[in-house]
Design a protein around this ligand. Structure first.
Ligand code: UDP
Length: 233
């Protein structure tokens, strides 16, 4: 099968159907734009299972996405989209880069969710950009920007609901969107502990990639624990 794209954590392949791609999740983990990199057996399986679970729940809640179905422990079929090169970040609680950049206290709860755009460009280290930058770069127009923010906030509501069922706090997350051949904006990429910050409500224990970023625990043990909680719902 023809490889369309290989990223840090996934490979995308063509299928017999021009409108459908197969995504394979890799056993690789990176942080700091690839500065830190490791192979971890079982990581691709966990992120595929977790992402598939989230996308299925989002579809049930009426959030359209590229997701079609999970076809194996490490693979899923998705609708072909052209990815909009924006990382859409939603924050409910201050952590990570916003603490370093703007001086919020780690753990400060925001009155309402904050949506931010980062320009997906490895050479530039994925910088934060304003809505005007998004338009100037030709990445999205006003209508698309409004739609990206609207969908991002609905994803946030749905993920918060799922996390609440597990007694977890959704601190922040990153999502990506694509456009299908009709120009519809569809949620794409993945939603997993690689792309979210998730804290235990009682203990503040991390259930996300920060254990790898900060060397505070085993990534596989953490993601397994998270998946077990998700499966028990
Ligand atoms: N994030 C991501 N990919 C990136 C950058 C950020 O998935 O390339 C996620 C990250 O896991 C966190 C959220 O987006 O859940 C906000 O990340 P932040 O801006 O705080 O950056 P970081 O602390 O990861 O450098």
């Amino acid at each position: 099968m023809t490889l369309v794209y290989e990223g840090k954590a996934k490979r995308v392949f063509k299928t017999e159907d021009d409108n459908i791609y197969r995504i394979e999740y890799k056993d690789e983990v990176t942080a700091g734009n690839g500065a830190k990199k490791d192979k971890m057996a079982g990581k691709g399986r966990l992120n595929n299972l977790i992402t598939s679970y989230f996308f299925e729940r989002l579809i049930q809640e009426g959030v359209p996405s590229h997701f079609i179905e999970r076809t194996s422990e490490t693979e899923q079929l998705v609708k072909k989209v052209t990815i909009i090169p924006l990382e859409v970040v939603v924050r409910n609680v201050a952590a990570g880069s916003i603490v370093k950049r703007l001086g919020f206290d780690n753990g400060q709860v925001f009155d309402k969710p904050l949506v931010e755009f980062y320009y997906k460009k490895d050479e530039l280290n994925d910088p934060f950009i304003s809505d005007d930058h998004v338009k100037l770069l030709g990445l999205a127009d006003d209508k698309d920007i409004h739609e990206l923010k609207r969908q991002a906030l609905i994803v946030n509501e749905t993920l918060i609901k799922i996390m609440n069922e597990m007694d977890l706090t959704l601190v922040d997350f990153k999502i990506e969107f694509g456009k299908d051949s009709d120009g519809n904006i569809l949620l794409a990429d993945e939603i997993s502990p690689d792309t979210c910050r998730i804290w235990d409500k009682a203990t503040n224990e991390n259930f996300d990639k920060d254990v790898y970023r900060n060397n505070t625990g085993s990534l596989i043990d953490t993601y397994t624990k998270f998946y077990n909680k998700l499966e028990a719902l």
